[in-house]
Design a protein around this ligand. Structure first.
Ligand SMILES: [Zn+2]
Ligand SMILES: [Zn+2]
Length: 55
């Protein structure tokens, strides 16, 4: 299963505009996505690889 660029917080499929995708700062393996809305509202995200939660 190929992971789409989904927001890690709300699960929406992200459009490129305003969205951010980055590797987990802790384990460097999990890919974390944040849609524009969750970025704007500072919704916490969770790394699926190591369970790290952060803003
Ligand atoms: Zn979101
Ligand atoms: Zn991680």
């Amino acid at each position: 299963m190929m992971p789409e660029n989904r927001c890690s917080s709300c699960g929406v499929v992200m459009k490129r505009k305003g969205a951010a995708v980055f590797k987990c700062p802790v384990c460097g393996e999990g890919t974390i996505g944040r849609c524009a809305q969750c970025r704007d509202q500072s919704v916490p995200y969770r790394c699926e690889a190591c369970g790290f939660e952060g803003p």
